[in-house]
Design a protein. Structure first.
Length: 437
C-alpha cells in the first residue's frame, strides 16, 4: 500500500477513548500498532508481537515472522479492516504493509454447568459465551472429518458472528438449503442470541409452538448432528439452536439415553402425561363443575360442591384468578435475585393460596388443580416449548367456559390440527418416524 492509502485508512478509524495507537521502534525496524484495549487481549499482544519485535533484530526476518504467523492475516479491504478492528483484532503497519493480528479478548470463555436442562446422570458441562470454546466442546464429542462449519454475520448493527455446524454426510441437503435461505433473509439490527430466531420462523403466521430447539447441552447437540440436524452457534450466547425440530424433540430429555430402555420410556410417558394434564386440567375443572357434574361420583360431586359453597362467583372466574396468580408467581421467581427468589415465591404462594381459600375467593380443590397443572408444566424439558404450552391451556379453557366438555374436546382437536399444519424446515411437526434426541 502507498503512504497515502495508509493515511486514509487510519483517518477513517474512529478515535474513541479506548482506542490505542502505538509506535514501536528498534534500530531499523518501525512498527505502528492500532487497537481497542477493551476488545483486544494486551497479554497476547505482548507475547505474539511486542516481544518478538524487540527480539528479532533484522527487519526482513521480522517481516517473515509476521507473514508466517497463524494469527496474522493480510489487508483485504478498508471496510473489512475496520470491521475486524472493532471485533478485537489489532492493526499492524510495517514497511508500508498492513496486517491484522487476531488477539480478540475472550471474557466469558469458562465452561459452565447446565442450569436449564439438568439431569442426574450424564455430562454436566454446558456451552459458554465463547464461540471457539463451544466449537471445541462439539469437536471433542464429535471427532469426524465430515463435521462442517460455516460462518456468517447477522445484524446490521451488531454484525454478530454465527456458525452453522452439520455433518456433510448425514445432513438433508434440501433442509440445509432452506436453513441458509432463512438465515440470509433475516433483517434485524441487534442480534444477541439464537433464541431471537424463534420469532423469525414463519414470521407472517406468528407460530405459537417453537419450530427450533434451543439447548445448552453439548451432548444433546452432537446427538442431533449425528442424526442429520443443523446446529447454529451464536457468538456471545451459551445456547445452541437445533434445526429442524419437531414435537418429539421438544419432549425428549437427555435422561432418556442415560437410563435403561424401560426407565427411559417410562419417563417419556410421564412427560406426555404432564403435557396432557397441564393443557386440559383447568378446562376440565370448569367443564365438569359448571356443565357436567354428573361425571363425578356422588361423594366427589358433593365434596367439590361443599368446597365451593363460599365462593361467590362462577368456576371460570375462580380458575382464571388462580391461573393469573400462578403466572405472576412464576414470572416473579425468574425476575427476582437468586438469593431471595425461591423463598419469596414459595412463601408468597403459600400465603396467597391460604388467604384466598380462607377469604372464600377460591375453593380448596382449585388450589390443588392449579398446583398440579403448574407442576405438570415443569416436567417438559425444553423451556421454550413449556412456555407455549402455558399459553395453549388458556385457549382450551376459553372454549370450555362456553361449551363445557364439548369445548375441551373441540379445543384439543383444533390444537392438534394446528400442530399438523406446522412444519420445521420441511419436516412435519408431528412426525415420529426418526429417532432423534
Amino acid at each position: 500500500m502507498s503512504i497515502n492509502d495508509i493515511k486514509e485508512l487510519k483517518a477513517k478509524i474512529p478515535k474513541a477513548e479506548d482506542f490505542v495507537s502505538k509506535e514501536l521502534q528498534d534500530g531499523k525496524k518501525k512498527l505502528e500498532l492500532l487497537y481497542y484495549k477493551t476488545l483486544s487481549d494486551e497479554a497476547q499482544l505482548q507475547t505474539y508481537l511486542i516481544k518478538p519485535f524487540y527480539e528479532i533484530s533484522e527487519p526482513v526476518q521480522f517481516l517473515a515472522y509476521l507473514q508466517s504467523h497463524p494469527k496474522v492475516k493480510y489487508f483485504e479491504t478498508k471496510e473489512k479492516v475496520q470491521e475486524d478492528l472493532i471485533r478485537g483484532s489489532s492493526l499492524l503497519i510495517y514497511q508500508n504493509q498492513v496486517f491484522l493480528l487476531d488477539v480478540k479478548l475472550e471474557k466469558n470463555n469458562a465452561v459452565s454447568e447446565t442450569s436449564a436442562e439438568t439431569t442426574i446422570l450424564g455430562p454436566k458441562s454446558g456451552f459458554s459465551e465463547s464461540l471457539p470454546i463451544n466449537i471445541g466442546l462439539i469437536r471433542q464429542r464429535y471427532p469426524e472429518e465430515t463435521l462442517m462449519i460455516e460462518s456468517t454475520n447477522i445484524g446490521s448493527i451488531s454484525k454478530t458472528t454465527v456458525n452453522l455446524l452439520y455433518d456433510s454426510k448425514k445432513v438433508d441437503k434440501a433442509v440445509l438449503k432452506e436453513v441458509k435461505t432463512f438465515l440470509s433473509a433475516i433483517e434485524i439490527e441487534m442480534f444477541q442470541s439464537g433464541e431471537q430466531l424463534l420469532d423469525f420462523t414463519k414470521k407472517s403466521q406468528r407460530v405459537l409452538f417453537p419450530t427450533l430447539m434451543v439447548t445448552e447441552r453439548p451432548d444433546r447437540t452432537v446427538l442431533n448432528i449425528a442424526a442429520g440436524k443443523i446446529t447454529l452457534l451464536v457468538s456471545g450466547s451459551p445456547f445452541a439452536v437445533l434445526m429442524p425440530s419437531v414435537l418429539k424433540d421438544q419432549m425428549a430429555s437427555m435422561a432418556d439415553i442415560y437410563h435403561t430402555y424401560w426407565i427411559g420410556k417410562f419417563l417419556l410417558l410421564v412427560r406426555y402425561i404432564g403435557l396432557f394434564t397441564t393443557i386440559t386440567l383447568p378446562a376440565l375443572y370448569v367443564a365438569l363443575v359448571s356443565y357436567n357434574p354428573e361425571v363425578f361420583r356422588v361423594q366427589l360431586a358433593l365434596s367439590v360442591a361443599g368446597s365451593r359453597h363460599a365462593v361467590p362467583y362462577p368456576s371460570f372466574v375462580e380458575v382464571i384468578l388462580m391461573l393469573i396468580m400462578m403466572e405472576l408467581l412464576m414470572e416473579a421467581s425468574i425476575r427476582l435475585p437468586k438469593a431471595i427468589g425461591p423463598t419469596a415465591t414459595t412463601v408468597g404462594g403459600l400465603i396467597l393460596g391460604q388467604a384466598a381459600t380462607e377469604a372464600g375467593l377460591v375453593s380448596t380443590i382449585m388450589i390443588i388443580i392449579v398446583s398440579l397443572g403448574a407442576i405438570a408444566n415443569f416436567v417438559i424439558p425444553i423451556s421454550t416449548f413449556s412456555f407455549a404450552i402455558r399459553v395453549s391451556k388458556y385457549f382450551i379453557l376459553l372454549l370450555s367456559i362456553f361449551y363445557g366438555l364439548v369445548g375441551v374436546i373441540l379445543g384439543l382437536f383444533l390444537l392438534l390440527a394446528y400442530m399438523v399444519s406446522l412444519d420445521s424446515f420441511g419436516k412435519p411437526y408431528l412426525t415420529f418416524r426418526e429417532e432423534k434426541i
